[in-house]
Design a protein around this ligand. Structure first.
Ligand code: UD1
Length: 430
């Protein structure tokens, strides 16, 4: 199993290119199930999660062609053609690898009038149920039962438009219902819908495919169902979590990075939070410049919230950053329970953190020290990489496969900006 070894202390300088958003690419790929014509996605990130979804779509009968897989991110193109769907079952073996697989449920029921999708089960950052996906489809007329670990959904006469009020904001459930509603009879209104840029990106692609959607970017989506959707070409929105992660890499090392192929507006909540901490964000052509204002970093409080609030997917990185700030920082996680597993690992590197329920109090230390560490999820892993970049001495991050699910060539991108970082293949802890 690969590990990443870092010798900390180098301020990062240079330019880093961000890829298309993993969390937009996954639902966009499942949207291909809605039409028998070809959906072309550009700016595709090449990540383990994308491969997992390709395998799932292949076994549903989708023909996939990947072009330009090397070099420049913007050159990556995937063509997905779901001419004949041969199988409406999403098996446990594939779904358990990645929760986002549940996004095939809405499109399959809408187009094939039936689907059998394995329940994803628990995951490292909490229970993460899929009850809202199920309730929303039931409101649209699907008959759903749970059978031996599978969600079995049937809509023999097709789905019908309905009003569904989300009791809690859910990105995935909004995406599943949005896709299902495009082919339902009549109008669907999704109230308290997620407003994440990845949801809007999906909605824009669906419109390009012929869907009728009003209210994109707001918390109320109105979808008038159409008879059929057609093919389209769409570029995946830049990855705001990757953008924010590299912004914090610049801040934690006291360097300056030009983060390219992305937009400041996608990480506005991070910029607003970090400005009083002493980090400067400047819009540049086709990117964002991030630098420490005048040396010192100050502790600031953060609370995760649905978009446009501070993203939960940047919470672990924020904690790593605050470990090295002057003063205290309170970090409150409101989206997921059990999302502080990085705290004890950061403490092994000398951080002072007290976790109490959904809040963590971080008291900044003069310097973190390198140590062997590991994490159990993607964002926690990258937070340990950030800590390692700032720490004195050597840090080894184990279980790098988590990183590979969401960050493309992370060590190459950081090394090109002056980090002393390398991937070590095989051996070590798992
Ligand atoms: C997506 C992102 C993930 C991010 C999360 C929150 C993808 C592939 N993943 O995950 O990186 O951390 O949004 O921004 O886009 N919930 C329910 N019932 C449901 C669905 C969700 O109670 O049926 C709860 C969840 O347990 C969680 C909250 O709602 O507490 C938000 O989850 P949700 O927005 O659905 O996250 P995902 O779509 O799984």
């Amino acid at each position: 199993m690969d590990r990443i070894r870092i010798r900390g202390g180098n301020p990062l300088r240079g330019a880093i290119e961000v890829g298309g958003a993993k969390n937009a690419a996954l639902p966009l790929m499942t949207a291909s199930l809605l039409t028998d014509e070809t959906l072309v996605l550009k700016n595709l990130p090449i990540l383990a999660d994308i491969n997992t979804l390709c395998n799932l779509l292949l076994q549903h009968g989708v023909a996939i062609h990947l072009a330009g897989a090397g070099g420049n991110c913007a050159g990556r193109v995937i063509e997905l053609t779901a001419r004949n769907l041969t199988n409406t079952t999403a098996p446990y073996d594939l779904v358990r690898k990645m929760r986002a697989s549940v996004l095939v449920l809405g499109p399959l029921v809408a187009r094939c009038r039936e689907a059998r999708v394995s329940l994803p089960g628990g995951c490292a950052i909490g229970a993460r149920p899929v009850d809202l996906h199920i309730k929303g489809l039931q409101a649209m007329g699907a008959e759903i039962e749970l059978d031996r670990g599978y969600i079995v959904a049937k809509a023999p006469n097709g789905l019908k438009g309905a009003e569904f009020v989300f009791p809690k904001v859910s990105v995935g459930a909004t995406e599943n219902l949005l896709m299902a509603a495009t082919l339902a009879k009549g109008e669907t209104v999704l109230v308290n819908a997620a407003r994440e840029p990845e949801v809007s990106d999906l909605a824009h692609c669906l419109v390009a495919m012929g869907a009728d959607i009003q209210g994109i970017g707001s918390d109320t989506l109105r979808i008038r169902g159409v008879e059929r959707l057609h093919g389209a070409t769409h570029a995946v929105v830049p990855d705001r979590i990757e953008t924010g992660t590299y912004a914090m890499a610049a801040a934690i090392t006291g360097g300056e990075l030009d983060i390219m192929n992305t937009r400041l507006e996608l990480i506005q909540s991070l910029a607003t939070t970090l400005q009083p901490a002493g980090v400067v964000f400047t819009e540049i052509e086709n990117g964002v410049r991030v630098a420490r204002a005048n040396g010192e970093l100050h502790g600031v409080d953060t609370m995760t919230e649905p978009f446009p609030g501070f993203p939960t997917d940047l919470q672990a990185q924020m904690m790593a950053l605050m470990c090295t700030a002057r003063g205290a920082a309170m970090i409150t996680e409101t989206i997921f329970e059990n999302r502080f597993m990085h705290a004890p690992e950061l403490m092994r590197m000398g951080a002072r953190i007290t976790v109490h329920g959904s809040s963590a109090l971080v008291r900044g230390v003069e310097r973190l020290t390198g140590a062997p560490v590991m994490a159990t999820d993607l964002r926690a892993s990258v937070s340990l990489v950030l800590a390692g970049l700032a720490a004195e001495g050597e840090t080894t991050v184990n279980r790098v496969y988590h990183l590979d699910r969401g960050y493309e060539r992370v060590e190459e991108k950081l090394a090109a900006c002056g980090a002393d970082i390398e991937r070590i293949g095989g051996g070590g802890e798992d």
